[in-house]
Design a protein around this ligand. Structure first.
Ligand SMILES: [Zn+2]
Length: 254
């Protein structure tokens, strides 16, 4: 812990990269863990390609989204610590794999959401192909969809153009939103310390961002409860839960 404080103290442009492990202490289980959503919903069924052709898949996806929001969740000590670091001018922002919006709720202002956000729904257009949304640009808070479903519309469509509506997340087999990876690369390449928290760093672009940071001369710190493939490249590896590690580490600084 003292080593982590020392590294943070010496850094002026921290960028945090966060995965599911940063939100588990808020009560959001990792999708793939026992009790996670994918133990009850089949991911191979809820792909982008199937969503756009099958109303039953859309209905099942809305049901899954309702379960995601069934229990109110709050940011935890890790989200709050990263927000404080940014407000103190020590952190350029957060790149996250999470779709829960908890970084923004905690007060982080610069947040790049690689997989979109469950807090909004968006128009996909009438017949998007190849995993790319083709909508009119309409978006609304996620509650719009639940209100439409509750009002008796089993398959809510875009009020502006009549296109399909989906959670503004990146589904399986869906292409990442334009500009998002570039924004993540840009932020990370300007950092002097990349703090990865709660990500196994195994999938693209998560596995690449530490390389980008190291290539631009930044130091790498990994906070995770399990080993990652990049541990040996890190200046420091801390095993533990995100809030329990980051809360006290940042308390000592700001
Ligand atoms: Zn539309």
């Amino acid at each position: 812990m003292e080593d982590l404080r020392e590294l943070l103290r010496g850094a002026e442009r921290v960028v945090a990269f966060t995965g599911a492990g940063v939100s588990t202490e808020s009560g959001i289980p990792d999708f793939r863990s026992p009790g996670g959503l994918w133990s009850r919903f089949d991911p191979s069924e809820l792909t982008f390609g199937r969503y756009v052709v099958d109303a039953a898949v859309r209905a099942r996806s809305w049901q899954m989204r309702r379960e995601f929001f069934a229990k109110p969740v709050q940011p935890n000590a890790a989200h709050r610590a990263l927000a404080r670091l940014e407000q103190a001018g020590r952190c350029l922002g957060v790149v996250t794999q999470n779709i829960d919006g908890l970084h923004q709720q905690a007060g982080s202002r610069t947040v790049v959401e690689l997989h979109g956000t469950a807090r909004e729904v968006m128009c996909l257009g009438h017949a998007p192909t190849s995993g790319v949304p083709d909508g009119c640009g309409w978006r609304a808070p996620y509650t719009w969809a639940f209100e439409a479903l509750d009002a008796g519309d089993p398959d809510p469509s875009c009020p502006r153009c009549g296109g399909l509506v989906k959670s503004a997340t990146v589904s399986f087999e869906q292409v990442l939103f334009p500009g998002v990876v570039e924004a993540a690369y840009d932020l990370v390449s300007r950092s002097d310390l990349l703090l990865t928290v709660g990500s196994s760093l195994q999938v693209y672009p998560a596995a690449v961002l530490p390389e980008v940071a190291l290539g631009s001369g930044a130091r790498l710190v990994i906070v995770n409860d399990e080993p990652t493939p990049l541990d040996r490249r890190a200046a420091l590896v801390v095993r533990g839960r995100a809030g329990e590690v980051l809360g006290p580490a940042v308390d000592a600084l700001v």
